[in-house]
Design a protein around this ligand. Structure first.
Ligand code: C2E
Ligand code: MG
Ligand code: MG
Length: 553
């Protein structure tokens, strides 16, 4: 067989094979005979930076067997991207060697091997960069999951605890040292973390100051101690300053309930958020109650869109009553979630939807349904009453909210006067501004508004002064004490008076007992809502109430 033939054969087979560094015996079999070739081993060495120990050489057998520490017969060297050298060690059968001609022609074979190796290294580099954080060089979330998956599949994960941590003074550091020195500090910090790790353990950097780790259970205490004060330094105006970085940490002590590697992150992450927001402690371990809560929370988030599409949200209406005449004067739309055979109340899911920025779609949905109810009553020849719909403060971030409300009302074709919008007061300055603008635009469009739960915030007086509303709804806490004190009565009386002078109507919520009605009448409050009259009810029941109209003793 000619050299050309066997060479062509080699190239052909190599290009068809899966991209691995090893060369199959098939590909090199003809050439290896011609050249008495026994083995080829590639050694990848990395150029070392002066202050670093550098990465160890990587030895990759490409072809045939090699005894350890055997000296090669020939060497071919090749630089890759200025960062590493690949040395190809060639071993021939005992006692064989090449003449000049053979050496030269084998160099052509080597060229092909080098191209093949470069393709392999390139692909590996791309893969690695998808798995490492660019700044610190630690594994990123992809790298973490890849490693966690391995441990998970071999069940070795049972011997580990999972950590998710943030730096306590991250913001402070970047403010004090600036972005680029801040990055350097992060690199030093990451290096310390890496140095802490024993064989089999890992620390990952998800970006920012988000770190995760998998540490052997018996070293968890030690790791927590270590994280409470990691010594690094920062350079400010050319001067070196010693720093001790502390972390806030969530720990998930891996147990049998682990179903998939992603939960290592979500569970440790939830403990972290608990440590930061609830416990205010440097570290928190995941406990059962926490995971049940988070599980439900997750379910609510996951099922929400589907539930909305499936009409699982039902609107209940609670009547509002004129205390002096007993007349039905309005209603409030209150949402319930019929979820897999159980009823969820707003307290269980509204805060979660608010947190996730999802509540606006629900509030607009409730508005739309409410408008349809009103339209239906008119079609049935029943005179409607104004119905109020709650809008969360979180909705205010949604620009054009007022416009969207008007659009929905007008689209159903009902008069805007049948809808009232309820919002709760807020002490936050930014929110107050958004709120005022929102209320003004509704007023301009002829839509009534109400302040809900009035008197429970810290800003009731300024709300009364600043917010252009038609109604205040006094919170039930003002009247539901066992005995209403003289002070309560004075406050109540003066709220009512003040509101009256400002041309604002007053309704009191949560009226359950006839004595409360007497009290409210005596202080001049005209309207109420509460179990004494009716619980929130489904729409068909409310229609009957609408027809009956008056509450008689
Ligand atoms: P809210 O707007 O202050 O609604 C009044 C709540 O008090 C309702 O509870 C109602 O059922 C309850 N209630 C009525 N009368 C009485 C009474 O005599 N005694 C007692 N103890 N409670 C009474 P619900 O339906 O559980 O709603 C709780 C809160 O959830 C509402 O407070 C409102 O802020 C929020 N919410 C309800 N529906 C929606 C909605 O569609 N969107 C938004 N953003 N929030 C909603
Ligand atoms: Mg309300
Ligand atoms: Mg209320």
């Amino acid at each position: 067989m000619t050299f050309e033939r066997s060479f062509a054969n080699f190239v052909q087979i190599l290009s068809e094979e899966e991209l691995t560094p090893e060369i199959s015996p098939g590909a090199l079999s003809d050439i290896s005979k011609e050249y008495s070739l026994r083995s080829i081993v590639a050694v990848i060495s990395f150029f070392k930076e002066s202050d670093q120990a550098g990465e160890p050489d990587v030895v990759i057998p490409l072809f045939g067997p090699v005894q350890e520490k055997e000296a090669p017969d020939y060497l071919f060297k090749h630089n890759v991207a200025g960062k590493k050298t690949v040395t190809y060690n060639i071993y021939l059968y005992d006692g064989k060697s090449w003449n000049e001609e053979e050496y030269k022609s084998f160099a052509i074979v080597m060229d092909i091997l080098i191209i093949h190796m470069e393709r392999f290294l390139l692909e590996k580099a791309v893969k690695d960069s998808a798995l490492t954080q660019y700044l610190t060089g630690l594994p990123n979330s992809g790298g973490f999951i890849a490693y966690a998956t391995k441990l998970f599949e071999s069940r070795e994960i049972m011997g580990y605890d999972a950590f998710y941590f943030n730096l306590k003074s991250y913001g402070l550091i970047s403010r004090r040292y600036g972005l680029s020195e801040g990055d350097e500090i992060m690199k030093r910090y990451a290096k310390k973390l890496k140095a802490f790790c024993d064989k089999g353990e890992m620390v990952a950097h998800f970006g920012g100051d988000n770190y995760t780790a998998l540490i052997k259970k018996e070293r968890t205490r030690e790791f927590l101690d270590f994280l409470s004060s990691v010594p690094v330094y920062g350079i400010k105006n050319g001067k070196r300053e010693e720093l001790h970085i502390a972390a806030v940490i969530g720990v998930y002590a891996v147990d049998e309930s682990l179903k998939e590697p992603g939960q290592l992150i979500s569970r440790a992450g939830m403990a972290l958020s608990y440590a930061k927001n609830v416990a205010n402690k440097p570290y928190v371990f995941v406990n059962k109650a926490m995971s049940t809560r988070i599980y439900r929370q997750k379910q609510i988030e996951d099922r929400y869109e589907e539930a909305l599409a499936n009409d699982e949200f039902r609107i209940y209406l609670q009547p509002k009553v004129d205390l002096f005449t007993g007349e039905l004067i309005g209603a409030e739309s209150l949402v319930r979630w019929f979820c897999n055979g159980i009823v969820l109340y707003p307290a269980e899911f509204i805060p979660i939807l608010e947190q996730e920025g999802m509540v606006a779609t629900l509030d607009l949905y409730v508005l739309k349904k409410t408008c349809e109810f009103i339209k239906g009553w008119k079609e049935n020849g029943i005179e409607p009453v104004p119905v109020s719909v709650n809008f969360s403060r979180r909705d205010l971030n949604f620009s054009h909210l007022a416009r969207e409300i008007v659009r929905i009302i007008d689209e159903t074709g009902i008069d805007r006067k049948w809808i009232q919008i309820e919002v709760t007061e807020t002490a936050n300055e930014d929110e107050r501004l958004l709120m005022t603008n929102f209320l003004i635009s509704l007023k301009e469009k002829g839509i009534d508004t109400a302040i809900d739960d009035f008197g429970t915030g810290y800003s009731s007086l300024s709300s009364l002064r600043d917010f252009p509303v038609n109604v205040i709804k006094i919170d039930r806490s003002f009247i539901n004490n066992e005995s209403v004190s003289e002070n309560d009565e004075i406050v109540l009386k003066n709220i009512v008076r003040m509101a009256e002078e400002l041309n604002i109507k007053v309704l009191t919520e949560g009226v359950e007992k006839p004595e409360q009605v007497d009290l409210l009448k005596s202080v001049g409050c005209h309207y109420a809502q509460g179990f004494l009259y009716d619980n929130p009810m489904p729409e068909n029941d409310f229609q009957k109430r609408l027809i009956k109209r008056v509450y008689s003793e």
